[in-house]
Design a protein around this ligand. Structure first.
Ligand SMILES: NC(=O)c1ccc[n+]([C@@H]2O[C@H](COP(=O)([O-])OP(=O)(O)OC[C@H]3O[C@@H](n4cnc5c(N)ncnc54)[C@H](O)[C@@H]3O)[C@@H](O)[C@H]2O)c1
Length: 383
């Protein structure tokens, strides 16, 4: 048996998502048929209190630092996973690329469209550097199956598409304020950029691109406890619904698509969904019912019957987990990382099921910027 190639990683931003990556790297033996594996060798965060958890669980870590330049100058590190607040994306992502490190960045990939354009300019100036943006939900078996249908194109004429990401934790008015409610750090988009990439990943990859958008934006909670006994203003949008006119990429007709990004959706813990409704075939998947895929085949005069299929653990990348078992969020993270590593080592292969490309982050920003403008003006905006 040949040894797997080790790809040495550094993590900048050791918060919520940094830890998810670290754990995914420790679960690597669950993946079969991978030609390479990640090894976490360096971590960086301003909050040194986070380092103990990493150091006590990952003996491979050699560098813990509060200065990310230390990871960029470390010759051992090939790839950086960077999961930091939005206002830092431009500076840190471009420094990473210019230092010759490959990058998995986080959405929205720049606090606004201008920051994103400057990041993508640096990506284009460094064609040897591999750069992708994280997005894990399409790696649920239901999401993966719908992406496969998109390649097979069984829909007939697409009548409509709905995609969204819904949270409920912000319904708690006592939840303390954090950077996602501050324009300076999160950006003016608010929920649109926090959750928009989740809703857009599959439509972007399918090239279901809006020619025109209309958006409603709402701020439900206007102030939150600031942790020192007072209340601070929440500056960013809580909920956004984007209604898109999409021109079919090969057939030219138009169909409506909704993209919903809700921080306040009562009863929805972390619900990602995609629904494609067509004249011949329709499919729906939601993480609310994580093993169930709904489909409907229709022939003229025939019955209109939804079928419900339990998908089991049928993931894009084969694992040791039996197909009868359940799939969850941490599995989606593991699958996404498998796609990152796979695409990294097979750089010239066209990987439909891979992660979001820098060009797709630009498309995302065009849609979000138009949605923000529409939400403020109350008018539909052409892209
Ligand atoms: N893919 C997903 O499902 C998903 C989920 C949540 C957040 N995110 C994205 O991940 C990114 C981080 O979000 P999070 O929820 O993990 O935030 P977080 O606040 O939990 O973690 C961010 C970390 O960055 C650190 N940090 C801030 N400035 C730094 C600097 N200059 N150098 C080093 N570290 C610094 C903070 O101390 C913090 O620990 C954001 O872009 C967010 O949109 C993605």
């Amino acid at each position: 048996m040949t040894a797997k190639r080790k790809i040495r990683f550094g993590v900048i931003g050791c918060g919520l998502m940094g830890r998810e990556f670290a754990v995914a790297s420790a679960r690597w033996p669950a993946l079969m048929d991978m030609q390479a594996s990640p090894e976490l060798v360096g971590i960086c965060d301003l909050n040194e209190g986070l380092f103990d958890w990493y150091k006590s669980n990952f003996a491979s870590i050699k560098t813990c630092t509060t200065n990310y330049e230390d990871l960029l100058s470390d010759k051992d590190i090939e790839v950086i996973y960077c999961a930091i607040p939005h206002n830092l994306h431009e500076k840190v992502y471009t420094d990473i690329i210019r230092a010759g490190k490959h990058l998995l960045g986080e959405k929205p990939f720049g606090i606004d469209i201008e920051a994103n354009r400057r990041i993508v300019d640096v990506v284009k100036a460094h064609p040897d550097i591999f750069v992708r943006c994280s997005s894990e939900f399409p790696f649920f078996p239901g999401g993966h199956q719908i992406q496969q249908y998109i390649l097979d194109d069984p829909w007939g004429r697409i009548i409509e598409v709905h995609s969204g990401f819904l949270h409920s934790s912000d319904l708690d008015f006592d939840k303390p304020i954090n950077w996602k409610r501050m324009v300076e750090i999160n950006g003016e988009y608010g929920c649109l950029s926090d959750l928009g990439m989740h809703a857009m990943h599959i439509p972007l990859r399918a090239r279901w691109l809006p020619g025109r958008v209309y958006a409603t934006l709402s701020q439900v909670v206007t102030e939150r406890p600031n942790g020192t006994g007072g209340m601070d203003a929440c500056e960013t949008w809580d909920n956004g619904t984007i209604i898109c006119d999409v021109v079919h990429p090969t057939e030219g007709y138009s169909f409506p698509m909704t993209l919903k990004t809700y921080r306040i959706a009562p009863g929805e813990t972390d619900t990602w969904y995609i629904e494609v409704i067509g004249t011949d075939f329709s499919a729906k998947f939601s993480t609310k019912f994580p093993k169930t895929l709904q489909t409907m085949h229709y022939k003229n005069g025939g019955l209109q019957e939804w079928r419900y299929r339990d998908l089991g653990y049928n993931s894009a990348y084969k694992t040791i987990t039996g197909p009868i078992f359940e799939f969850g969020f941490t599995d989606a993270i593991l699958q996404m990382w498998a796609a990152v590593i796979d695409e990294f080592i097979k750089r010239d292969t066209d990987m439909y099921f891979g992660c979001i490309t820098p060009e797709e982050t630009q498309l995302q920003h065009k849609i979000l910027t138009a949605a923000l403008e529409s939400g403020k003006s109350g008018k539909a905006v052409a892209l």
